[in-house]
Design a protein around this ligand. Structure first.
Ligand code: CDP
Length: 246
């Protein structure tokens, strides 16, 4: 029996009054690299007092493991074996632990960026990640998940589906700024090249490619502030579900 959300618990929730849902709230946020999904999704989850899951971090962690073991994305039997021996944990939705070690910073390094889309295109890797993501969603009383295939595959019955888009130069500018804040100075050209290549592989793979789900609300964030994007999403969520509850 699914429970109604308890809307009476804290004052922040009162400011973010939600429609009375008879099952837990699930929000999917997809989009290309650097569209601001993770920062926006994390803040939306915080404001709604629900869980957040950064699914990209999971593909990044698997990629790091293959790099550590020197396994190429083409070595499928080896990948299967190594993944069966790997403990992947996501804490607080975004802290990622590989075999007990916090790799949250390392998975953002350029050598992971350059391989992650090839690893994420492997159907075996995808089915393992999707199973974990669906289990996390099933065990939460509400969740915001961001990625590439959340609306189309991981949570096809999500209450709200958003697709965040932004022009390539703006996405590259934001990603470069983020990297600078982490102490990594990259040229704008190299960031443009990296995210263009990732978008190409992510959109062209045969297993759950990056697509705009027909039910998704597209928000072009090019000229919008972070706060404006968060507010737009919250406004839509507060207005009530766009997908009939089952
Ligand atoms: O933050 P950014 O948009 O650059 O990437 P991310 O969300 O950390 O995802 C890294 C990569 O993981 C993507 O380029 C995809 O190849 C893959 N990914 C995926 O295939 N499916 C997801 N649900 C999430 C990420």
């Amino acid at each position: 029996m699914l429970k109604k959300r308890d809307l009476s618990i804290d004052s922040e929730m009162k400011n973010n009054m939600l429609p009375d849902l008879d099952r837990s709230l699930r929000i999917a946020i997809d989009g290309p690299a650097g569209a601001g999904k993770s920062t926006v999704a994390r803040e939306v989850a915080r404001r709604l007092n629900v869980k957040y899951l950064d699914t990209g971090a999971m593909y990044r962690a698997v990629t790091l493991k293959l790099l550590q073991k020197g396994i190429a994305p083409s070595a499928l039997p080896q990948i299967e074996r190594i993944l069966q021996q790997t403990v992947l944990e996501v804490k607080n939705g975004q802290k990622v632990f590989l075999d007990g070690v916090d790799v949250s910073d390392e998975i953002r390094q350029p050598y992971v960026n350059n391989l992650v889309s090839q690893v994420a295109a492997i159907p075996l890797v995808r089915s393992m990640m999707v199973k974990m993501q669906q289990a996390i969603a099933a065990n939460s009383s509400g969740i915001v998940m961001d990625g590439r295939d959340i609306a189309s595959r991981v949570m096809p019955n999500a209450d709200y589906k958003f697709f965040l888009a932004a022009a390539l130069p703006e996405r590259a500018r934001r990603r470069r700024k983020e990297q600078l804040e982490r102490g990594l100075e990259l040229s704008l050209e190299s960031v443009i090249a990296e995210i263009t290549e990732r978008d190409r592989i992510d959109s062209q793979r045969s297993d759950s490619p990056l697509v705009v789900d027909p039910e998704a609300i597209v928000i072009d964030t090019t000229a919008m502030s972070f706060e404006a994007v968060v507010e737009r999403i919250l406004e839509i969520v507060r207005a009530g579900p766009n997908i009939p509850l089952q």
